[in-house]
Design a protein around this ligand. Structure first.
Ligand code: HEM
Length: 413
């Protein structure tokens, strides 16, 4: 059997107070993977905590697949297929779908949004800063990423509030503040074929269907048209399920993640005024500092894979079918890779963080978009003649999936 420690991630209450860095450190200090038992029968998981171990898992999809859902064993295979987006697809189909989309997400493709991004950033910040005291999440970080996605998807600005609500209800569904947590177990059965087991997913599907019907065959250049009409390189158009799950993925993946990175970064800059000064004195450093913003925020705690065979890994015997969870947030604090990992250092170089994954077929498709959004937001904010200071307690999202902040009161000083 493997090496384990007494303390496991499963013991923690959904990280209600932010990342449990001490636990990550302790688990990383012990070699091997760490087993956590979950309540339901047969459903424990291995945690991979060290940077280099995580990279090995990500880069070996033959052994650690994204396709199998062992936690959905009770769901019949047809239903499992209904839940597969790009993230849960491997092999040829994954490559064909990803290739079809990736042209929209290259650094060159996203660079054409620069003027649009500068415009909405300036508007967002003008409105927020005029209030003098405000919630940074509500006024700045929540609205901005979703408005960018709305532009890419070609949906009206008036629907962004609805998209934010759907994202909160799905991704934040372990937080009591978001109503979908309250669905009882009977209802949860009913929704087990949709992502996050959330009724909000059905609403997103309906919304996507309506958009696709409007766009199909009209030759548009937006992402909805691409999903509806596009030809993946294997010649098979998207099935209805593939359209649904990938539309939902695009709505969700770039929303919460970017939002929380912006909020964490503001929090980190307020807590480290000397780092803020470095960027104020030389804003040309901001594009590079974005990498530290991402490392330090670690907005996605983990993703999971499933072992396709019995395998010995870092001294741990893993059985076929075991769940294997890679903790990006832990890898981002691994001192085998990052010098003084708990120092927020905007000049850190090199900075090969794993906030977008690190190599492997599922590495974040939207990374160039997220990077340009972060760069523009902080280029604007840090070159204004204003300073923000905390004006109350930070309220973390109760989640062990997303390192999120729900509220962060700030004031202009
Ligand atoms: C995948 C993080 C922004 C779209 C991922 C993965 C991570 C991640 C950790 C999985 C990597 C893996 O398993 O190897 C982030 C973070 C973001 C961000 C931290 C912002 C700070 C975005 C944006 C989009 C996006 C803006 C655009 C819509 C996707 C998609 C995938 C993905 C489509 C699935 C790729 C695949 O399975 O092939 N992201 N993401 N993400 N992300 Fe992002």
């Amino acid at each position: 059997m493997s090496t384990t420690t007494a303390l496991t991630l499963a013991d923690l209450d959904l990280f209600a107070h932010g990342a449990p860095w001490g636990v990550f450190d302790e688990l990383r200090a012990t070699p091997g993977l760490h087993w956590s038992t979950e309540e339901s029968p047969n459903h424990g998981f291995w945690s991979v905590m060290r940077y280099h171990d995580i990279v090995r898992v990500l880069r070996d999809p033959d052994t650690f697949t994204s396709t199998k859902f062992t936690n959905l064993e009770e769901v019949d295979p047809g239903m499992q297929d209904q839940r597969r987006s790009l993230l849960e697809t491997d092999g040829l189909r994954h490559r064909a779908l990803r290739r079809m989309l990736q042209g929209q997400f290259t650094p060159q493709a996203v660079a054409k949004y620069e003027t649009f991004l500068r415009g909405i950033t300036a508007k967002t910040l003008d409105a927020a800063l005029a209030k003098k005291e405000f919630d940074f999440v509500d006024e700045v970080s929540a609205d901005f990423p979703i408005r960018v996605l709305a532009r890419l998807l070609g949906v009206p600005d008036s629907d962004t509030g609805q998209l934010i609500d759907w994202g909160n209800r799905m991704v934040g569904n372990t937080d009591p503040e978001h109503a979908d947590l309250l669905i009882d177990s009977a209802e949860s059965e009913e929704y087990k074929h949709v992502p996050f087991r959330s009724p909000a997913a059905i609403e997103v599907y309906e919304y996507g269907k309506h958009l696709a019907a409007e766009r199909r065959g009209k030759g548009g250049t937006d992402l909805v048209t691409l999903l509806a009409d596009g030809e993946p390189s294997d010649g098979q158009k998207l099935t209805e399920h593939e359209f649904n799950t990938n539309f939902l993925l695009l709505v969700v993946a770039g929303n919460e993640t970017t939002r929380h990175t912006i909020t964490h970064t503001m929090k980190n800059l307020m807590a480290n005024p000397e780092q803020l000064d470095i960027l104020r004195n030389d804003p040309s450093l901001i594009p590079w500092a974005v990498e530290e913003f991402l490392r330090y925020a670690s907005p996605v705690y983990h993703f999971r894979r499933t072992a396709t065979k019995d395998v010995e890994f870092s001294g741990t015997q893993i059985a076929e079918g075991d769940k294997v969870v890679v903790w990006f947030a832990s890898g981002n604090r691994d001192d085998a890779v990052f010098d003084e990992p708990y120092r927020f250092d905007v000049t850190r170089n090199p900075n090969e963080h794993m906030s977008f994954g690190r190599g492997g077929p599922h590495m974040c498709l939207g990374n160039a978009l997220a990077r340009i959004e972060l760069r523009i937001m902080f280029e604007d904010l840090l070159t204004r003649d204003v300073t923000l200071a905390p004006a109350g307690d930070v309220d973390f999202l109760r989640s062990n999936f997303v390192h999120g902040i729900k509220r962060m009161p700030v004031r202009v000083v």
